[in-house]
Design a protein around this ligand. Structure first.
Ligand code: C2O
Ligand code: CU
Length: 470
């Protein structure tokens, strides 16, 4: 599993397609969309012509833009129609991405290749740039005997779990070996998988040096033995190959962990092994170890750089400024009668409850809980627990608390050193029993945005809701 018979050697040479200040790069030999590079403050216009047989819409994941530009499913267009996205990029420099977001069919469309990076450049000369600034997009897939992609087909149980493949693709290619110079690199990692979680580590014993999260650079670098990366999340990683010998090969791996998935039967819980039978045929469950890609050091010498001690300035949002600091809104993510729900509800196109309305120009704390916490009634409720990567559209937030007291110790022990809660985020991993508090400010735009589980099959099943800024 997770290894093929042929090795593909991949050198990253960005090919600029057009533009000066902004550019489109093609990822070599990849089905993925372009890497769009823009400057903060730029106005961009994207013409989207839908040539798919089904409706679609583009979501600019992580960007702070008006609702009509954000890719809400209600703005999906049909085959033959056109939608023009036009917005000013006012996010911090960082690694964002774009992908389709039509109601109930986001999973298959992303799976079939619709995803790309949207990089807001920082022009920071203390960081590797050009060919040393390399995107790493991680996705898993299943291929049939004719090398065609296989997706979940009328497989309700598979959908319950989310798509899990058996081949790891890096930038759209299997079995990737990168040729790297004796140089310092900046890797922009995106977990673009439908539901696979990675526990990323280097096999050379070096820690993972994280310099950025979803919303841009950290204040200072953080070293971790491994990094948990859930679907939708990005991480920027600093890696130095400058001191390595020619021919050295270093693996980027995903280590084994327990994702806490369980099925309860009549009140009792059974372990995650029980889920094996639910996986798509051929698929491999979350938490199995595998190699992600190899980095082979060539004889070329690049540029050795010193890891900066300061990367950016991040002002923490003060919890005392939140209008609901004494009484945060609570969002329970759980399973109810074989259906993933948020506070007992599923997605309705323009449906928004009182508890989902917020005021413009206010700061709020929201608490997310994985589990029904006794709210469910009847033996079929909350009988399944799974990780949920939680994503909010339209803004970046800060994580102020991650409470793991309700988690199973045996699960927590396998992941505890991998959470990057510093910096700006738009997606975070919520494991069974976990409670996470985030803080954010609603500003600039009113209207409907969605928030949802970024396990794309869960999202397609309706584990998504609107919030409205009024
Ligand atoms: Cu990347 Cu609403 O999603
Ligand atoms: Cu989920």
């Amino acid at each position: 599993l997770f290894s093929g018979n042929q090795t593909r050697v991949y050198s990253y040479q960005p090919k600029l397609l057009k533009g000066e200040k902004s550019s489109l790069e093609k990822l070599p030999g990849s089905y993925l969309g372009p890497v769009i590079r823009v400057q903060k403050g730029q106005k961009i216009r994207v013409r989207f012509n839908n040539q798919l047989s089904r409706e679609s819409v583009i979501h600019w994941h992580g960007l702070h833009i008006p609702p009509e530009m954000d890719g809400h499913p209600m703005y999906a267009i049909e085959n033959g129609e056109q939608y023009i996205y036009e917005f000013e990029v006012n996010n911090q420099p960082g690694t964002y991405w774009f992908h389709p977001h039509p109601d109930k069919i986001t999973g298959p469309q992303v799976y079939q290749g619709l995803a790309g990076l949207f990089i807001v450049e920082d022009n920071n000369s203390d960081l590797p740039s050009g060919e040393y600034d390399v995107p790493l997009i991680l996705q898993d897939r299943i291929f049939d005997d004719n090398n065609q992609l296989v997706y979940l087909q009328n497989n309700r149980m598979g959908q319950m779990q989310g798509f899990l493949g058996n081949r790891i693709l890096m930038n759209g290619n299997p079995d990737t070996t990168f040729n790297v110079s004796k140089s310092t690199y900046r890797f922009r990692v995106l977990n673009g998988s439908n539901s696979r979680i990675y526990k990323m580590a280097w096999d050379d014993g070096e820690e993972v040096t994280v310099i950025g999260t979803d919303g841009g650079l950290l204040e200072k670098p953080v070293k971790k033995p491994y990094l948990m990366l859930a679907p939708g999340q990005r991480a920027e990683i600093w890696k130095d190959f400058a001191g390595q010998n020619t021919g050295t090969e270093i693996q980027l791996q995903s280590l084994a962990f327990n994702d806490g998935t369980s099925m309860g039967m009549g009140g009792g819980m059974m372990g995650r092994g029980m889920m094996g039978g639910m996986t798509q045929p051929g698929g491999v469950e979350n938490g199995i170890a595998f190699d992600v890609a190899a980095f082979k050091v060539t004889e070329n010498t690049g540029k050795k750089m010193e890891l900066p001690s300061t990367l950016s300035t991040i002002t923490p949002i003060n919890p005392a400024d939140a209008v609901n600091s004494a009484n945060p809104r609570q969002f329970y993510f759980y399973n109810q009668r074989m259906q993933w729900v948020i506070n007992g509800e599923t997605f309705g196109m323009t449906e928004v409850a009182e508890w989902e309305k917020v005021k413009l120009n206010t700061t709020e704390i929201w608490e997310f809980i994985n589990g029904d916490d006794g709210r469910g009634m009847g033996m079929m409720q909350d009988m399944m627990r799974m990780p949920h990567p939680v994503h909010l559209h339209g803004l970046q937030f800060q994580i102020i608390d991650r409470d793991v007291s309700g988690m199973e110790r045996t699960v927590w022990e396998t992941v505890k050193d991998g959470f990057m809660d510093e910096g700006w985020q738009d997606t975070f991993l919520l494991l069974p029993g976990m409670k996470v508090k985030i803080i954010m400010r609603f500003k600039d735009f009113t209207g409907l945005y969605v928030y949802h589980c970024h396990n794309l099959e869960h999202e397609d099943m309706g584990m998504m809701r609107n919030y409205e800024v009024i």
